[in-house]
Write a protein that binds this ligand. Sequence first.
Ligand code: 2P0
Length: 323
Amino acid sequence: MKTPKVTARAHTNIALVKYWGKADEELIIPQNNSLSLTLDHFYTDTTVQFDPTLTADQFTLNGQAQKTTKITKFLDIIRQMAASQLFARVESTNHVPTMAGLASSASAYAALALAGSKALGLDLNSKDLSRLARRGSGSACRSIYGGFVEWQKGDSDQTSYAVPLVENLDWDLKMIAIVVNDKQKKIASRAGMQTVVHTSPYYSAWVKRSKEDLLALKQAIAEKDFTQLGKIAEGNAMCMHALNLSATPHFNYFEAESLKAMQLVEQLRDQGLECYYTMDAGPNVKVICQGKDLKAIVDSLSQEFSNEQLLVASAGPGAEILE
Ligand code: 2P0
């Protein structure tokens, strides 16, 4: 018998203290705790149905058939938990503006963990859902929750999962994504962080620094201290990118336009408009600011970037079942 069709929605998240390196590559256990903000405007909807007439998993993304290797490996974990041998039809839609290049494995695996486990009749609690999402992509374990979320690294499958810090923000934070290039990244996160762990002479300094950043950021969040939050996020991002520059072979995600965007943010700050930048495993720059300054900052950025290149998001909710 076919299982019920279950649809789940999960949002992307932006890390303010980054995850950049694994202690266990198979189980996806990170080297350091990370802390993110779940975003409202970028999300993935995924529908899953297990069906005894299928002879293999099927996967479409935005209506296009995709390779199933990674999805099947992930569904195998769910099948094992539910003692099922059924294959599934998985249909995902990324609700990220097409040119954004922000489509994320975080929202994808958080939505798939929720829809897939529900479809097979598992009623996982949030902690176990976070552990499951982690097996698909590390950052996905944070997208199970809304607001500020910490991924506590743990040291085993049982102990590595995200916890919510502040789910409903009473703080008007905004993120402006400056899309400088929407093409696929040159170096995938998974390969990039692996190179860094094995070769950067600064890796142990990163682990130490990220611990300090995490503590300070949690305090800034508790005190709603935007200046501290921004400084920590910006500094932590640059430390992550310094690892890439110091790896063998060295690599980086910066493009000329990324540097231009970062310089603009620094200029705006000098002019008294408080904003900070962060960057992930790609050239797009994400600017963090407060709602009261959003319009002035977007107006200034639009002198250098088109409106289509500037995407604004706020804090968003955790993963949820849609039907
Ligand atoms: C983060 N990133 O904390 C960091 C910062 C990118 C830069 O998590 O190998 O796609 O699937 O666990 O989660 C991107 O890495 O990597 C990421 P895998 P993932 O958001």
